[in-house]
Unconditional design. Sequence first.
Length: 93
Amino acid sequence: MKSDCEQQWLFEGLDYSPEDEWISMPEYDNAKEQPPVITVMFKFKTEQDYETFKDLVKKHLYEGEKPFDGMQRKDKKVAWYPHKEKASTYEYE
């Protein structure tokens, strides 16, 4: 990957700067997410046991929101507590 200095020639001769186009855009935070302090694994004997657990978690811990969201495998689910804020809550003008 080239540094900003090495790619600066891409913007030479343009009538505008890329910074001028970034008005009212959300900030991009490329900070690496901290790993969890504790990881817990649950095992369910039946699909019904899992559905019962999921409904209880949704009702009592996630205030009715889906606990398992996004890219999830059928046999492996991941959720954070407290529920992580979703990027879709941003408002654009």
